[in-house]
Ligand binder design. Sequence first.
Ligand code: UD1
Ligand code: CA
Length: 495
Amino acid sequence: MTPQETPVPAVAAVVVLAAGQGTRMRSATPKVLHPLGGRSMLGHVLAAAEPLGAGTTVVVVGAGRAAVEEHLERIAPSALPVPQEDQRGSGHAAALALAAVPDLTGTVLVVNGDAPLLRTETVAALVEAHAKAGNALTVLTADVLDPTGLGRIVRDADGSVRAIVEERDATPEQRAIREINAGVYVGDAAALRSALDRIGTDNDQGELYLTDALGILVADGAPVGGARAEDPDDVLGCNDRRELADRRRTLNDRVLDRLMRDGVTVVDPQTTWVDVTADAAADAVLQPGTQLLGTTTVAPGAVVGPDTTLVDCAVGEGASVVRSHCLGADIGPEATVGPFSYLRPGTRLLRGAKVGAFVETKNVEVGEDSKVPHLSYVGDATIGRGSNIGAATVFVNYDGVAKHSTTVGDHVRIGSDTMLVAPVTVGDGAYTAAGSVITSDVPAGAMAVARAHQRNVAGWVRRRRPGSPAAEAAAAAEQRDATSGADRSGADHDQ
Ligand code: UD1
Ligand code: CA
């Protein structure tokens, strides 16, 4: 379901009003920067408008201006931020935006910055309705069950739009209207400029209302209209944390609906969260408690979860990731991860590789069918194919100043509890003895033993811990050995 399935009508410019305080969020973060479903609120609005191919995008910034501008630079560097020093109302904001692009003519989309559920289809339909009717201004509307706090659409007996009245300025009859202003407008730049020049502050808030531009154009005899949104969810604003949670849930529901339509099994939609920027393919299975965030993709037949968070990861066909937290990891086809592992950026598991339980990896390539099954840290390393990294192995990559890398060849057997002190290379087919601290390269096919020899001090327990349960157990064992003739002398030995 790409928004671009049907050709999207173009507009000359997009204006996003994003200077408002967002007081009800009670946040140090500007309202439009609050994230949901993988984008900021502002990011969602810009993404919805993007396919309209506007040559100019203006974002009016005010509250939290520095942060909003910095964010814009990152997500939409070609957008022009226009400062609004005092928040004198949405009409004032729109007028400033148009004043910043004095040469702009043609169709302009003006949209509130706090409409994270707005979709391209909805905006495109509005632009189309606007063009078809030859209007000077067309407003997106919706019939809602609870219009509280929203501007009401006042229509004539013949159905034509006459005015938008804010709730606090509305008569009781107008308050009863359930068709509301979505805060999304398409207008002719010249008509908008002219109307915004003439709006006043004669309202309950003493603000310059963008919505008054519509009434002024009606009085001019200019053609205006209202187009209802097909899905009333699209027009929902976001003013406080409760609404933020609701919008997040709605966005998530939409994404999961799409995935399920595409053939993804979502075992528990209530606890599965997928960003709009993430994706999963047919026959992928998302177990309860799964989060697919950022640019994460999950290939056909892969199983993710339960209780797994993937940020900017790629999961290959038939792979499985159980109860793990992975950032920027590329998990190849048929690879397995978890339970309880932490894959950090630069981790790359090739086909059939395994990262088992309680393993942390970072900047590492694990070759085909190689395994890191238990309790290990693997950083800055390349592991060839068919190798096994024994339990509790640590790739010692940091000397306190700089990071160094380790190379492990094909079909290597790293013994349990090996410290591989980088930089170091272990050649193809080599072994390391359990408990070794490997500080020099190991040639192909060698067995590296780097640990103290074992010394057994015979009879130590009997002498030094007399009367203890250990001494009694030892005495009993000696007794048994004596009758059976076994040798437990405890001579020093290797391995
Ligand atoms: C606005 C509409 C209302 C509509 C509702 C939909 C007006 C007067 N009313 O009400 O009819 O039903 O949206 O959600 O527009 N802004 C600025 N500078 C300002 C003031 C506002 O940039 O000085 C921006 C805000 O950041 C926001 C948008 O304009 O994105 C709307 O302003 P807001 O004050 O939130 O209006 P609402 O009360 O939501
Ligand atoms: Ca609002």
